[in-house]
Design a protein around this ligand. Sequence first.
Ligand SMILES: [Zn+2]
Length: 366
Amino acid sequence: MIDDLSAAARACFPDSYDTARAAFLAIPADLARSYPCPVAGPDGQPLFTDAAWIGEADAPEVLVVLSAVHGVEGYCGSGVQQDLAKVFQPRPGQALLLVHAVNPYGFAWDRRVTQEGCDLNRNFVDFAAGAPANPGYAAIADFLLPPALDDASLARAEAGLAAYRAEVGERAFQIARKSGQYSDPRGMFFGGFGPSAAQDALDAIAADFDLAGRRFVTVIDLHTGLGPYGYGEVQSENDPASRSHALALDFIGASLTSPEQGTSFSVPINGSLQLFWERLRGDGRYVYLCLEFGTYDQEASRVAYRLDHWHHAYGGGDPHSETGRAARTAMRRQFYPEDQDWKEMVLFRSRQIAVQALSGMEALRA
Ligand SMILES: [Zn+2]
């Protein structure tokens, strides 16, 4: 097992969006589709979200695995997809649908956001009904992203954040910072003024592969950056009283966490992808699992975000300038530890959750 995992960990993970995509397109799929992104990569190359279906076309149960909803997190997610494509053993009635680079701009540019500056995992709110309020965000926006990064400005910003943190407590601080804000497109965790173009590819994939019509769909949405190094936390974003949450618990067991219930490393967030599946399938007809792999600590991630956002808000955004390269390197390192032990942990846990999801759907047939 360990020999197999070690070899897979050495072979599966890509070193760029371009090599990740080439490897993904080489997966022997039964059906494959590509969806162009409206913007180009940092070297002018065209970008795509790609889909590969493995199994019978009319399989009533589908395991959907998503990578790079948060762009730069796609180094990990793409590697996991390569591995799952190799180890997946189709069971009767089941198929695997791999969706590569849900946010191809972010992956190619080493950013977490979309081309709209949008956190795609905060973008699925009902904009017609009005975006959620996040009053805490305004109090810390200029501290999270100061207009200048000289020592005095940074010291002022850190002092402001420390004072806010001391005043409201850690959980309220993280909610203000990370739950999603719908007012400041240059700022962090911006949920958008409307649906990102990245949603179009998901809509098209749902239609092309009839994801509304299948008997059951389970989604594994691959993320990195939160929690202990190498651990894969499986979060349910559903209401804890919902049928889909109960099913997720049946599938995964005691390791399932819930931001709503305070058992997750994540605070509750607005506008996550869970809402996409809820609208498409309805409660009890799907399970949505956010599989989040820990990397480095939260304070380090805040520093990487700050450099990336500052560069695009105030620094011109050139991906090849000195600051642009520094921001890309910092973001990539924060969301993709290129260590053999980390990669082995990621692949072990991903296989485990995929098997639990397939077995869980099978058990529902009775
Ligand atoms: Zn993420």
